[in-house]
Design a protein around this ligand. Sequence first.
Ligand code: PLP
Length: 399
Amino acid sequence: MTDIDKYKTLATPCFIFDEAEFTRSATLFGDALKSNFKRSIIGYSVKTNSLPYILKKALDLGCYAEVVSHDEYNLARLVGFPIEKIIYNGPMKSKETFLEAITGNAIVNIETKRELEWLKELPSDGDYGIGIRLNIDINAISPDDTKKENDFSRFGFSDATSEFADALQAISKVDNVKLKCLHIHRMSGTRSVAYYKHLVDYACSIIKKYNLSVDMIDIGGGYFGIFRNAPTYKDYSDAFKESITKNFPNRDFTVIVEPGTAVVASSMSYLSTVIDTKILPGCRIVVTDGTRNDVDPLFTKTDYIKEILSQGNAPVSDCPQIICGSSCIERDHLFTLNGYNNLLVGDMIRYKNVGSYTMCLSPNFINYLPRIYVEEDNGQYRLIRDKWTNKEYTQKSVW
Ligand SMILES: *Cc1c(COP(=O)(O)O)cnc(C)c1O
């Protein structure tokens, strides 16, 4: 069987979920934390890829769901996460789900001032724990890990102004609420291990400065996945450990991470088929049934880790081949091939590592959402989301 035969049964364009790869990545991250900490939690970042099948898989693997809106909170509940296995972040909580999550023992990290007000509406007959997000200025804590000057973050309460102290004050005034978690998610462009050490050092300095009662440090996401020449999960875990033991030799913390990209990017690929070719002066246009909207919805990528599946040996093209998508956007160019065999109608292209911030940002623009398959242990493919049609597109609409 040639490589292309393996995919002949699939209707393109489609995504293919590699469940074994997702399991391997999430398990390895979990093991790296367990080797250093008595208590640790992986909160799978729902926004990075919110496909229900993946959320259920994360639940089965023992992960929590890390959600950043009331819609995501309700989605996590729908696929089966119990409230106490939800980490609730972000500015877009609803009051109703905020109060439900706290009373149900979720990890809720306060992000806005209205949430501080809502705390007063918790039932008076219980005791509750909450978390708070600290604003992180990478220039101040780890300047080597930022490319920009004044690389401020809009999230969390800042200790460079009075707002973090003010928020602590507001929390301390609510009798039955105790601060349990310090949330420090901040993505750095470098994803370096040194950055995370500086980040946790900063969290520890804040815990000392205010003598916080927290027993959880939520370090957030932004890690490399499993790549050659990249830091490993164990490297990150060791850095957390080093920082925490140095700062608090006699205090245990539950360590929380919120990976999205690291665990899901490499578990998803995207398959498309060549549907036409055109000759222009100086280049050859290769039209595919896939679209850049599905694998690069923010239009920032210039190339991909990819596999070209040819049906035979066509001659090498004497000009660059521009691989284009199926939408009617001029810029729906995916990549350019130089000095490569002519692609022919029916050849396929598989884009790898396209699991993060793709299908959840992909628009219903010109083409509706594509099919998604999972590869089963026996090598067969099973449909886990069918292609959207007018039925799904027009639901809740009138005309
Ligand atoms: C987006 C996000 C994450 C996940 O980030 P990745 O870069 O996908 O690992 C984790 N925590 C919070 C609060 C986020 O907003």
